[in-house]
Design a protein around this ligand. Structure first.
Ligand SMILES: C[S@@+](CC[C@H](N)C(=O)[O-])C[C@H]1O[C@@H](n2cnc3c(N)ncnc32)[C@H](O)[C@@H]1O
Length: 297
């Protein structure tokens, strides 16, 4: 007697091409309310495939390998739940370098790069062997302190944070970019415990959202550490602490560079003037908001 014939499906399950996956993922993300859904889908795909953007475009017509497809299914679900792509893939670019990010740290933002531009402007000879003493207050991922240490190979950078978990991530990034030997780490609140007149440059992107802004924020923000965002009722609580103590820790003619929220610059400038600054300037972001307040005492 012959064996009963096994039922075979009509066709093998279809494997999407990279292009088809991107199209579908973009649709799914957009309908979940994710901004820049296509860009997000591309970051997921190139990370799952472990290739760069140019290689992604070269492989649009290829079938998605099963391992990458499984990974992408899981990642897509996380993004649909509005977890930021940077946490899902574990990295974010800042000043053309890649930084590891975890939920212990704020995801570096493009507007924060204006602080780097301002720092390079304030110390145009900073890369020519001058041993600048820099303090990155509230270092988070380390994006500011590590970038400045990379740009100025002779600088020494002290990175501080209230969060021990953030400092651990920043150390990983300092090692990744080969500057750990010139960086020091302190867990402290604002500038407490820092030496008098110890620094040529204080750079900070402090938490500056007001409680009203936090209540209205996009769902992605809920994944980021509250301590990295919460600037108190009016958004200025940490900024006030920093402005009050900056003149003490800066060397004569040292610069204080602060990122502020959209619409906050005027209030911060008043604080800085009230604290006796003798020189200041503002730098705008690409949307035209004054984003960096720079001051010298
Ligand atoms: C807006 S995040 C900036 C992180 C990083 N510098 C960046 O630009 O992406 C603010 C950081 O300051 C830290 N922070 C919050 N309050 C602080 C305080 N009072 N003193 C020191 N650090 C503080 C947070 O833990 C967080 O890492």
């Amino acid at each position: 007697m012959s064996e009963p014939a096994m039922e075979l499906p009509d066709r093998a399950p279809t494997v999407p091409t990279v292009r088809a996956w991107l199209t579908e993922a973009t649709r799914v993300l957009a309908s979940a309310g994710v901004r820049d859904a296509r860009v997000a889908a591309e970051w997921l795909a190139l990370s799952a495939l472990e290739i760069d953007r140019a290689a992604l475009y070269a492989r649009l017509g290829e079938a998605l390998p099963p391992r990458a497809a499984a990974r992408l299914d899981a990642w897509l679900q996380r993004c649909v739940a509005r977890e930021p792509v940077a946490y899902v893939i574990g990295r974010r670019e800042f000043w053309s370098r890649e930084f590891v990010v975890t939920r212990a740290v704020l995801i570096p933002r493009p507007e924060t790069e204006h602080l780097i531009e301002a720092a390079l402007e304030c110390f145009p000879d900073g890369h020519r062997g001058r041993r600048l003493q820099v303090c990155d207050v509230g270092t988070g991922s380390g994006c500011l302190g590590v970038t400045l240490a990379c740009e100025w190979p002779a600088a020494v950078v002290l990175a501080t944070d209230v969060s021990a978990a953030a400092l651990a991530v920043a150390r990983v990034n300092a090692q990744r970019h080969g500057v750990a030997a010139r960086m020091h780490w302190v867990r402290t609140v604002a500038l407490q415990g820092l030496a008098d007149e110890g620094f040529d440059l204080l750079v900070a992107n402090p938490p500056y959202l007001s409680w009203a802004e936090l209540r209205e924020a996009e769902p992605e923000l809920e994944w980021e550490p509250r301590v990295a965002l919460d600037g108190g009722e009016d958004g200025l609580a940490v900024i006030r602490l920093l402005v009050a103590d900056a003149p003490r820790v800066l060397r004569p003619s040292g610069w204080f560079l602060l990122e502020v929220g959209a619409g906050q610059a005027e209030a911060v400038l008043r604080l800085v003037q009230h604290a006796g600054a003798r020189q200041w300037f503002l730098r705008q972001d690409l949307a035209g908001w004054p984003r960096v307040v720079a001051a010298q005492w």
